[in-house]
Write a protein that binds this ligand. Structure first.
Ligand code: ADP
Ligand code: 5GP
Length: 189
């Protein structure tokens, strides 16, 4: 059996990563989503074990010490990380695995798995990014400011990625990420 491939999707908060990933999963049965662990509070409608594993800071630090996280980062006062076990098992079973994580995490994954494919999702403009974050309506104004400041830092890392996909028209962006996946999988045939 061919080992699955590891894909990493990064980009500033509010650029549309979650929206794109949802469409990728709807279209590909062989793709598995790595559910991250976080210490932030669940947003309205978020489901434990589906959107995130919501844990305390103490529990997160325990798992980190124990080597159970493939990568992690602290973002706007909260920890986020990828549980190692499922990612390794899925790839061994032949599934492709998608991580939706920030660039700090993406570069840690590249260190651990140099063959991982890193895709950066970029917004059409900073104004549009702000509008999307505000439009989502899930953060306070203070949190929004924090995320926008972070977004500027994120954008500066785009060149370090293997691919850059502009999320202007959603369906075009999804199609482009799917093309990246096909090309990268084709390399192993
Ligand atoms: P992220 O996961 O990167 O933080 P989301 O997927 O939550 O971003 O998207 C942020 C907001 O932008 C959502 O309200 C989403 O519906 C909207 N959005 C995503 N992609 C597009 C797009 N191509 N055009 C317009 N709005 C979009
Ligand atoms: P949010 O709070 O909007 O769900 O996520 C905030 C940021 O954390 C986003 O940039 C998101 O990509 C990133 N993130 C989510 N999960 C992980 C993870 O497991 N590891 C890392 N490094 N970043 C993550």
């Amino acid at each position: 059996m061919t080992r699955g491939k590891l894909f990493v999707i990064s980009g500033p908060s509010g650029v549309g990563k979650g929206t794109i990933c949802k469409k990728l999963f709807e279209a590909d049965d062989n793709l598995r989503f790595s559910v991250s662990m976080t210490t932030r509070a669940p947003r309205e409608g978020e489901v434990e074990g589906k959107d995130y594993f919501f844990v305390s800071k103490e529990r997160f630090e325990e798992l980190l010490q124990d080597g159970q996280l493939l990568e992690y980062n602290k973002f706007v006062d909260n920890y986020y990380g990828t549980p190692r076990g499922p990612v390794v098992e899925w790839m061994e079973q032949g599934y492709d695995v998608l991580l939706e994580i920030d660039y700090h995490g993406a570069f840690q994954v590249r260190e651990a798995y140099p063959e991982a494919v890193l895709v950066f999702i970029a917004p059409p403009s900073v104004e549009e990014l702000k509008a999307r974050i505000r439009g989502r309506g899930t953060e306070t104004e203070e949190q929004i400011e924090g995320r926008i400041a972070q977004a500027m830092d994120d954008m500066a890392q785009a060149d370090e990625f293997d691919y850059l996909v502009l999320n202007d028209d959603l369906n075009t962006a999804v199609w482009k990420v799917q093309q990246v996946m096909r090309i990268e999988k084709g390399k192993e045939v």
